[in-house]
Design a protein around this ligand. Structure first.
Ligand SMILES: [Zn+2]
Length: 331
């Protein structure tokens, strides 16, 4: 995937800051131990200074001597290190208190290991890219705490749910919260369809999930179907585009497509939508789609292929009740 220069620079800045914090923290710890526990500090120094000694063996006469010397040196270092760590723990410090503790030990916060880009840098680039994309989103982020069940009736109504509308929506709310938590902590979840009439909280709960998952550092793209399709169409018909947008939509950790059905439908947008949904299923990346359409209407408007993907691979959550917006106005 291609990223613009600005995103690269932002990621480099973040990595530099991580390295600086890790190094400064280590220096502070070193000073502290030097003052309070000179014996531990001596052990630390001994190993730090012994790096230069390793070269001494390279000048030895035989291969055997070089090997033996190097092994002894390694053993001594390991013993000193072990003792230093044990002493630290004895004094109530973590064993790694005198190490430089990088956010990513794999690349030591450099972003590259040998000549390969490290996953931590890829994650940062994707995070900044999705932030840039979401700035243009029409959906505002929300908090689960602000979801109010009082707008849902205690009656069973005509839905034949077996429970009241409120009880049903309480269960939907619970599932959304668990979903967001699973995504934030484990990074995997099933794909969902939020179906039901307008004004029953589909967008609100999507925006709560988006917020929680974004806060965990994962990449989330959330927008109305209309805007997503518009962006893809613009990108597709622009001559100098690198298809960055559609790639982000396909590859982000969680994609939220709000209000499927109201967008302008063309053969291009229909095949683009199918491609996104299908690619994400193949990559095992979850998507949340909200729609007023029932499955039969999706089938009619988007074709059998898409309908069967949504039926087979997505979990459907039904939103019920009376339009919350009109209820709020009545009060
Ligand atoms: Zn890394």
């Amino acid at each position: 995937m291609k990223y613009n220069q600005e995103i690269y620079e932002k990621a480099e800045q973040e990595l530099l800051q991580r390295r600086t914090i890790a190094n400064n923290t280590q220096k502070e710890h070193e000073k502290e131990i030097e003052c309070s526990f000179p014996y531990i500090y001596e052990l630390f120094k001994k190993n730090k200074n012994s790096v230069a000694n390793a070269f001494a063996f390279l000048g030895a006469n035989s291969k055997q001597e070089r090997k033996q010397g190097l092994n002894n040196w390694k053993q001594q270092r390991a013993n000193t290190e072990k003792e230093m760590r044990q002493e630290l723990v004895k004094r109530g410090y973590p064993a790694n208190y005198l190490d430089v503790n990088y956010t990513c030990p794999k690349c030591e916060d450099n972003g590259y290991k040998e000549s390969y880009m490290c996953d931590c840098l890829k994650e940062l680039l994707n995070l900044y890219l999705s932030q840039e994309i979401n700035q243009k989103s029409s959906i505002k982020l929300r908090d689960f705490e602000d979801f109010n069940l009082k707008y849902y009736s205690d009656e069973e109504d005509s839905y034949k749910l077996g429970v009241s509308i409120k009880e049903h929506m309480q269960e939907v709310f619970k599932q959304c919260k668990t979903y967001a938590e699973d995504m934030a902590t484990k990074g995997t979840s099933k794909s969902l369809v939020f179906c039901g009439e307008t004004g029953l909280g589909k967008t609100f709960l999507s925006a709560c999930i988006a917020k929680r998952v974004l806060e965990s550092g994962k990449t989330v793209i959330f927008n109305s179907c209309e805007n997503i399709m518009g962006e893809i169409e613009t990108e597709n018909f622009s001559s100098n585009s690198d298809k960055q947008y559609v790639e982000s939509v396909i590859n982000c950790d969680l994609l939220i497509i709000d209000d499927l059905g109201v967008e302008f439908k063309s053969p291009f947008s229909q095949s683009a939508l199918y491609n996104i949904i299908n690619s994400r299923i193949n990559k095992e990346k979850p998507t949340i789609i909200s729609t007023n359409y029932a499955i039969t209407k999706i089938q009619k408007n988007y074709g059998d292929r898409l309908a069967s993907r949504l039926q087979g691979e997505y979990k459907w959550l039904r939103f019920v009740g009376e339009d919350i917006r009109s209820k709020k106005k009545k009060k």
